[in-house]
Design a protein around this ligand. Structure first.
Ligand code: IMO
Ligand code: MG
Length: 427
């Protein structure tokens, strides 16, 4: 295996950062290929907890090449701040490479994102408010600016000023927003361009050359399958492709080069933002899992909604991503709950269904069919192999394998880097 894609199988926050950090050790190049600063990936190394929004989680493995691909939308201000944060903590960022083709998020995107969410009477999605949706809108409307445009002061000024005035005019007339001062922003953004210039490289070439040389390339997905704009619970989705296919487009590699897709699944389900969540727990158990798991958004601090593990979703995810293995995280958080339940199917209009419905109105009417299983103790024993896991926990994993028809390749049993077990070789 030389190219492995790690994706989220649920609604994001599955622990992709942790799994990526673990696998990065075995990789040579780690690539973020979609999404933007809406992502919040947490990595714990020893006593230190790091939170990343744009930089790949491989950055904590010294000497590895870390790439932000063309499919990502970069907020230059957030990226520069993140680089400063990492440098302040002594993390070497010299091996970061940025695609010149990555689109940029500007203040007018952030303003539009927040105003869109406030429009009364229209659908509210509960976005992260980071301007991600509006930046992808401009990309597809072909009025976006890319990192390459920020590198030359003349070009940037000539493109940015009229565009910013156009956007500002629209925000003022349609949304009643205050005008954005384009001229005032130019120098500000050019200074970010100066900071980012040293990292810009031909990342498509870099990643493909690495694969040609037989190096190991790890693709780090952001968000999750059900937030995919095509395959997710539309319209409650993000504006990019968190499914495995997104890695090819967002990094510039052909589909024939991907060897394996690992789907990260939390041992229960969470969702931040609006939209149906069939296995949702609105009771004390949900509250207890949220508290025990610190289930609050990394990007926005919002409480995450919590539900039992939903294998309808995992089967769907296995299908649209071509999963070659599951990485099940947060088994420690689920410890102490007895019984634990697994959603095996939905009841919809009195009928049992096993497949994820394509219509959001149907999904909203689905009730979970739950199966009970014995729980395991809250205090998770140290484990180095599968045999060290509590028996009830092993039974739970076996049942998940049966219900998803997908083998479990990795498990995570705690926040620390060392609390990850690979049950088979991944690369
Ligand atoms: P990671 O990579 C969880 C959700 C938002 C909202 C919807 C659209 O940490 O798993 P957006 O700002 O993208 O337009 O919001 O998507 N969302 C996430 N939820 N984890 C994420 O990323 C998310 N990124 C976006 O809450 O429901
Ligand atoms: Mg997150």
């Amino acid at each position: 295996m030389s190219a492995v894609v790690v994706i989220g199988t649920q609604w994001g926050d599955e622990g992709k950062g942790k799994i990526t950090d673990y696998l990065a050790n075995q990789a040579d190049v780690i690539v973020r290929h979609q999404g933007g600063p809406n992502a919040g990936h947490t990595v714990v190394v020893g006593e230190q907890e790091y939170k990343l929004h744009l930089v790949p989680s491989g950055i904590f493995c010294p000497g590895k090449m870390c790439v932000i691909g063309n499919g990502v939308v970069i907020d230059p201000e957030i990226l520069v701040r993140e680089l400063d944060y990492l440098k302040d903590l002594g993390v070497d960022v010299s091996n970061l490479r940025l695609s010149p083709g990555a689109h940029l998020i500007f203040p007018y995107h952030v303003i539009q994102d927040r105003l869109d969410e406030d429009r009364k009477g229209l659908l509210r999605l509960g976005t992260t408010g980071r301007g991600v949706g509006p930046a992808y809108m401009d990309k597809f409307a072909r009025i976006g600016l890319r990192l390459m445009d920020l590198l030359d002061p003349e070009i940037f000024r000539s493109l940015f000023v009229p565009l910013c005035e156009h956007k500002s005019h629209m925000l003022e007339k349609v949304y009643g927003a205050e005008r954005v001062d384009a001229d005032a922003l130019v120098d500000h953004y050019l200074s970010y361009g100066d900071r980012l210039r040293p990292y810009v490289a031909d990342t498509v070439r870099l990643v493909n050359d690495a694969l040609d040389e037989g190096q190991h390339v790890l693709f780090e997905g952001a968000q999750g399958t059900l937030l995919d704009v095509d395959h997710g619970s539309y319209p409650y989705v993000t504006s990019s492709y968190p499914t495995a296919g997104g890695a090819c487009i967002g990094a510039g590699v052909g589909p024939t080069r991907i060897d394996r897709v690992i789907g990260v699944a939390k041992a229960y389900t969470t969702r931040v933002g609006d939209g149906p969540l069939p296995s949702e727990l609105k009771d004390d158990i949900g509250e207890a899992i949220r508290t025990r798991g610190h289930e609050f958004g990394t990007s926005t601090g919002r409480p995450r909604r919590v539900g039992w593990l939903d294998t309808v979703i995992l089967r769907y995810s296995a299908r649209v991503n071509g999963l070659g293995g599951l990485a099940v995280t947060r088994l420690d958080t689920l410890g102490g709950f007895d019984p634990v339940k697994i959603c095996t199917g939905y009841r919809y209009k009195g009928e049992r269904i096993a497949d994820f419905p394509s219509s959001i109105t149907a999904l909203a009417e689905c009730e979970p069919i739950l199966e009970e299983m014995e729980g395991w103790a809250a205090e998770f024993p140290p484990a180095e192999t599968e045999a060290d896991l509590p028996k009830a926990c092993r039974e739970y994993l076996k049942r998940v394998e049966e219900l998803t028809n997908c083998r479990i390749s990795m498990v995570s049993i705690g926040r620390e880097r060392t609390q990850t077990l690979a049950l088979e070789p991944i690369f």
